[in-house]
Ligand binder design. Sequence first.
Ligand SMILES: [Zn+2]
Length: 126
Amino acid sequence: MSDYERCKTCGEYGWTGASAARFGGHICPPTWEARIHETKYENEWTEIHARDAEEAASKFCQQHDSNGDYDIIQSGEAEIEVRKWGEDKIALIDISAESVPTYYAHRRAAPVEPETALKTAQGEPK
Ligand SMILES: [Zn+2]
């Protein structure tokens, strides 16, 4: 059996289950560790699954902001230290951040009267 679901390890969607591996099912991206450059002596490394150092830094910021008070999105930038799990070499990644406006649409139960019908009712010329 296979299911298309969110991976509990890395958070990405993919095919999981016993038979998924045989037809190209989900494999977690490599493990990285990330932390904020400025506060590196105050905070532990955070484990992140990502394809490369830049994606690891972006994912770290997203996670850091949603678990905290959104200080990265508020300042618009951050410097993130990233290293591949088990390796000593640290890369410094510059992050620029912006929030994206989102519009939510909900149709009302009562439809709006057509404009021509409204004009006729008010006695205006057609
Ligand atoms: Zn995964």
